[in-house]
Design a protein around this ligand. Structure first.
Ligand SMILES: [Zn+2]
Ligand SMILES: [Zn+2]
Length: 147
């Protein structure tokens, strides 16, 4: 989705595009999109700058880095930026979406901040069950949950 700066009408532009996580190249090894990605853009030109408001919505699926369960959750991201006109004649909105969405990904996806993860000894998902391994030391099999 590209906008030619000189072709932005005085009353601004409204654009909408639907892609996939793959076509937009915003997936990561551990993050996929389970629904089409809808991008809405409002672009207006004011004097020497272009104002861009983007809204990106979809649903992502990911494996929690701690408990390894698969989850999905909605994303609904608003991006607002101002580009000086002098800098470019064409603005690539898809590129902006790509950068902003990827930057926003956490280093590790967790199902929730306090996910208890897997027992380092028996592998039980501690969100679901308590296992009997508490306090047991198993060198070599320990998974550092605070990585
Ligand atoms: Zn988890
Ligand atoms: Zn255990």
């Amino acid at each position: 989705m590209k906008v030619v700066v000189n072709e932005i009408p005085r009353h601004g532009l409204l654009l909408e595009e639907t892609g996939t996580g793959e076509s937009l190249d915003i997936e990561r090894d551990d993050i996929n999109f389970s629904q089409p990605v809808v991008i809405k853009a409002a672009v207006s030109r004011e004097y020497d700058h272009v104002k861009i408001e983007l809204n990106v919505s979809s649903r992502i699926k990911f494996a929690c880095a701690r408990c390894l369960e698969r989850w999905t959750k909605p994303i609904d991201k608003k991006i607002e930026l101002v580009e000086p006109v002098a800098q470019q004649t064409e603005i690539d909105l898809t590129q902006i979406v790509r950068e902003e969405v990827i930057l926003d990904y956490p280093a590790r996806m967790l199902c929730r901040d306090d996910c208890k993860g897997l027992c380092p000894v028996c592998g039980t998902n501690l969100n679901k069950h308590e296992c009997g391994c508490k306090g047991m030391d198993a060198p070599g099999r320990r998974i550092n949950l605070n990585m």
